[in-house]
Write a protein that binds this ligand. Structure first.
Ligand SMILES: Nc1ncnc2c1ncn2[C@@H]1O[C@H](COP(=O)(O)OP(=O)(O)OP(=O)(O)O)[C@@H](O)[C@H]1O
Length: 228
């Protein structure tokens, strides 16, 4: 479902962030992207939702070639790919409910359907009771669960999570991991860039290690393999 072929990325300042990345990821896989700081993990993730374009090479998601896609088709692409960030990126003036509904309204759904879908995902992340809260009234873990709910409300086939536990304490990180595993069990492909050694070494999944912009390891049920 995700095919990267010989992907290179050189930023405008001349930094080579990725070189010669080729990888195949199947529907329903759970993949950790690990590697030292500055190795190219975020750049790899940004390619998936076309925040960045490759300098050369091809990326295909669900048969759609991201290189030839037109700008006006990007919103459609992004509805098929849920994105979760380390810093949640919730809209601070909107309630939990509104933050999630916002992601749906651009798809022009009926109000009744919007309500059902938002409450369903809030149920999944165990936050139905906080639907009317504002982001600043929630803990970090709760905010991340809202952002996960927002990322999956359009039922994307792929969820891309860039350091989703980076700002959270260990116990909260495990609860986020539970939610991501549940989404994955329902058939969604999950790509998670992380520095969380304990999670990677405990919840065994495919591990793709990026070092100096290249794939250094790609192992099923792999290990974190770095000191921190
Ligand atoms: N927008 C940008 N413009 C120029 N250089 C960039 C840009 N974004 C990242 N880089 C550079 O590309 C390289 C890879 O960065 P990237 O953020 O992908 O690494 P990372 O593995 O995610 O790091 P970390 O674990 O610290 O988040 C780094 O050398 C970084 O400085």
């Amino acid at each position: 479902m995700i095919k990267m072929k010989e992907v290179h990325k050189t930023y405008g300042n001349g930094v080579v962030a990725l070189s010669g990345i080729s990888v195949d990821i199947q529907q329903s896989e759970f993949v950790y992207i690990v590697g030292p700081s500055g190795a190219g993990k975020s750049t790899f993730m940004k390619m998936m939702y076309r925040e960045e374009k490759p300098t050369s090479g091809t990326i295909e998601i669900n048969g759609v070639d991201l290189k030839t896609i037109k700008d006006r088709q990007i919103p459609q692409l992004r509805r098929n790919i849920g994105v979760i960030f380390q810093d949640f990126k919730l809209l601070q003036t909107l309630t939990v409910y509104e933050n999630i509904a916002f992601a749906l309204e651009v798809t022009e759904e009926y109000p009744k359907q919007i309500k059902r879908k938002v409450m369903d995902v809030l149920d999944l992340v165990r936050l139905k009771h906080k639907a009317r809260f504002l982001p600043h009234e929630l803990s970090g873990g709760e905010q991340q669960r809202v952002s996960i709910a927002r990322s999956i409300v359009n039922r994307p086939k792929v969820v891309v999570a860039d350091e989703p536990t980076g700002n959270l304490d260990p116990a909260t990180s495990w609860s986020i991991m539970d939610v991501l595993e549940e989404i994955n069990d329902r058939g969604t492909t999950v790509l998670m860039a992380t520095h969380n050694k304990e999670i990677v070494n405990t919840v065994k999944k495919r591990v793709i290690a990026v070092e100096n912009g290249r794939i250094a390891r790609d192992e099923l049920r792999g290990v974190y393999g770095y000191e921190s």
